[in-house]
Design a protein around this ligand. Structure first.
Ligand SMILES: C[S@@+](CC[C@H](N)C(=O)[O-])C[C@H]1O[C@@H](n2cnc3c(N)ncnc32)[C@H](O)[C@@H]1O
Length: 255
């Protein structure tokens, strides 16, 4: 793994640890200067501010910077609520099971909106029955939308985060859709040659590698559609701007 690909979570935790160490050493002097013991909440607020500044200095995105700033005081506030101690590891485990791919693949969970799903429906080739895959299918909403409106086609979701996968699998069972299937699998292990349309909404990080995989495996004439994220040095054949609040762009390549 190159430095550029290394999951940022380790650097983020390292920044908090170094700032914590520095503050721990500095606190006796600070307390002596101000003449009283600085309350823990303010110490942790200072920890958050310094960690956020260092994080920005190292050119991390604003999401990480804000997270670094608010996490330490939030931990102190949460401890002050007097909740039973088992709740914290349970919350942590649930978060890990949902955001499974943030640390390893740098892809969080956010969802395709209905306007974009409707635009995808219009893009489906006029072939009677097509095979469509959503790589990193999240909660499966896009596929449920498409599967119920295009019953002659088959829709596949590939997801490796345990909780989103279980959620989409259970909903599929409840709705009993025959043309919809979810696979608990890493997208890099999925053979793309069986699909006519590949859709993804991931992050900038995997796009170059994923496009190379699509070029290698997809049949000529298949579509590769990326929601929002460009492929470096690869101009899309078509760009569709969706009429939603964030003016979502669907970048489309014909293989
Ligand atoms: C931004 S969400 C998009 C969810 C869904 N496609 C949608 O548009 O609503 C990206 C999803 O990709 C999943 N993901 C990221 N890397 C993956 C990988 N290597 N294998 C399988 N799923 C992955 C994440 O767990 C997350 O659920």
């Amino acid at each position: 793994m190159t430095t550029a690909n290394r999951p940022p979570i380790f650097a983020i935790l390292a920044i908090q640890a170094v700032v914590f160490g520095g503050l721990y050493l500095a606190m006796p002097t600070v307390n002596a200067l101000v003449g009283y013991g600085v309350p823990l909440f303010w110490q942790m607020s200072a920890q958050g501010l310094i960690a956020a500044t260092v994080t920005k200095y190292f050119k991390f995105g604003w999401g990480w910077v804000i997270g670094q700033c608010v996490a330490p005081p939030l931990v102190i506030l949460a401890l002050g609520l007097g909740l039973p101690m088992w709740i914290y590891p349970v919350i942590l485990i649930l978060l890990v099971l949902v955001f499974w791919n943030v640390a390893s693949n740098r892809v969080p969970l956010y969802l395709t909106n209905t306007e974009t799903s409707a635009a995808l429906l219009k893009l489906l080739p006029n072939k009677k029955s097509i095979r469509f895959v959503d790589l990193g299918s999240g909660l499966g909403g896009t596929l449920r939308y498409l599967a119920s409106r295009s019953p002659e086609s088959r829709f596949y979701g590939v997801e490796s985060a345990p909780l989103p996968f279980i959620f989409s699998w259970c909903l599929r069972k409840l709705h009993g859709k025959d043309n919809l299937e979810f696979r608990f699998r890493d997208i890099w292990k999925e053979d793309l040659s069986e699909f006519d349309v590949v859709y993804c909404f991931l992050s900038p990080v995997p796009m170059a590698r994923l496009f190379a995989k699509a070029q290698e495996e997809l049949k000529p004439g298949s579509l590769f559609i990326s929601n929002s994220f460009a492929v470096p040095d690869q101009k899309p054949d078509k760009i569709i701007t969706v009429k939603d609040g964030r003016k979502t762009q669907l970048l489309i390549w014909k293989i």
